[in-house]
Every structure is written in C-alpha cells, then in structure tokens.
Design a protein around this ligand. Structure first.
Ligand SMILES: [Zn+2]
Length: 98
C-alpha cells in the first residue's frame, strides 16, 4: 500500500515541477520583433511565403502577443496580409474545422 502511494506523490510532484518550469520559461522568455532585429527584411504583400508565417491554419492573423511583433510592424504586417488577401495570394478563410 505504501509504495504505490509514494510513487503517486512523486509523480505528482514531478508533474507539478515540470508545469512550473514551463510556466517560468514562458514568462521569462522575451520575444523580440523579427522585423526590428533585422532591418533588411521588408514586409511586402507580394511575398506571401513570409506572410503565411503570421497566419493560423484557418487564415487568421496571429496576434501580436503570440507572434512577438512590435505594434508598428504588426500594423504593417496586417495591412500587407489584407492586400495579399485582396490579390488572392493568401486565403481569407481556409480549413474550416467543425
Ligand atoms: Zn518591430
């Protein structure tokens, strides 16, 4: 009886510790805007391969809190994505999962 209980508590602790580590890692990790770090990258609506990175599978624009872009570049990106959508380079909607 004692052994399995001990095991359970150990496993529980380990799982908790892992979760804590993940949380701390997420909190501490500082995301830097990709476009700010390298000045030569220009956000172009004609370059759909670069824009696709900032879209979800459904075709939504990934929010700034997730992508780590700064406000300035997120605005430019959103505009570029919208232009690319208008030119049918990028879908407005894709892979509707229900
Ligand atoms: Zn930036």
């Amino acid at each position: 009886m004692k052994r399995p209980m001990n095991k359970n508590t150990r496993n529980g602790r380990n799982a908790l510790n892992k979760q804590m580590d993940k949380k701390n890692f997420k909190i501490r990790r500082k995301r830097v805007c990709r476009f700010c770090t390298s000045n030569d990258i220009y956000i172009d609506f004609k370059n759909e391969k670069r824009l696709v990175r900032f879209l979800t599978e459904q075709g939504k624009i990934i929010p700034r809190r997730t992508s780590g872009n700064c406000a300035k570049h997120q605005r430019q990106l959103a505009l570029a994505i919208k232009r690319a959508r208008h030119l049918a380079l990028i879908p407005y909607v894709a892979d509707i999962a229900r």
